[in-house]
Design a protein around this ligand. Structure first.
Ligand code: ADP
Ligand code: MG
Length: 179
């Protein structure tokens, strides 16, 4: 019996198999996806400065973007989001949705959602307002307060914004873009 080993062909098949395995592993979340992170830290000296910073950031936003806010009550999350809304061209005044969980604003192209999870208790609440669908929709820009409560619905590609109280008028704002 003669066995002819075509090494080149074997190698090629091997590479294809490895690629296939890697594809399944990353699809199932076992391999980290290539995500890069860009970070900046800004100190603002008034709520107006925070709003202006947010207004500038808004100019770079597009449908499908997700902004995750972190920070204590009074840190300035809503103030920042009011600036975002202004930068997106929303004229209606943004009021804190703390008692309503979610507010929707129409953009010329797509939608802006301001979500506040302060009073939500469970994953069931999040699915109840359709948050998973809203986040996945590429027409929507979503700004979320109390992001630590979103659990596994947190998208990998996101902008994290952390606000920290320094004194009555000063806040430290840390912005991390994962893309
Ligand atoms: P949160 O949504 O995080 O609970 P808010 O934006 O509702 O916070 O409230 C922030 C409060 O802090 C507002 O009363 C605002 O006037 C005040 N403030 C003072 N300095 C700043 C600043 N540099 N940036 C943002 N808010 C500030
Ligand atoms: Mg708020």
């Amino acid at each position: 019996m003669i066995i002819i080993l075509d090494l080149k062909l074997l190698k090629q098949e091997f590479i294809i198999k490895i690629r296939r395995i890697a594809y399944y592993l990353s699809r199932e979340g076992f391999l980290p996806q290539k995500i890069s992170m860009h970070e900046e830290v800004i100190i603002t000296n008034s709520k107006e400065e925070t709003a202006v910073l947010a207004e500038k950031l808004a100019k770079d936003l597009k449908g499908g973007d997700f902004l995750a806010f972190y920070g204590d009550l009074g840190a300035g999350k809503t103030t920042f989001i009011q600036g975002l809304a202004k930068g997106l061209g929303i004229e209606k005044r943004i009021i804190s949705p703390t008692f309503i969980i979610m507010r929707h604003y129409k953009l010329p192209k797509g939608n802006f959602y301001h979500v506040d999870l302060y009073r939500t208790q469970s994953r069931h609440d999040l699915l109840g307002i359709g948050l998973d669908q809203i986040i996945q929709d590429e027409n929507n820009i979503v700004a979320l307060e109390w992001s630590e409560k979103i659990g596994d619905l947190m998208p990998k590609k996101r902008i994290e914004i952390r606000l920290k109280y320094l004194d009555d008028n000063q806040r430290e704002i840390n912005i991390r873009k994962y893309e």
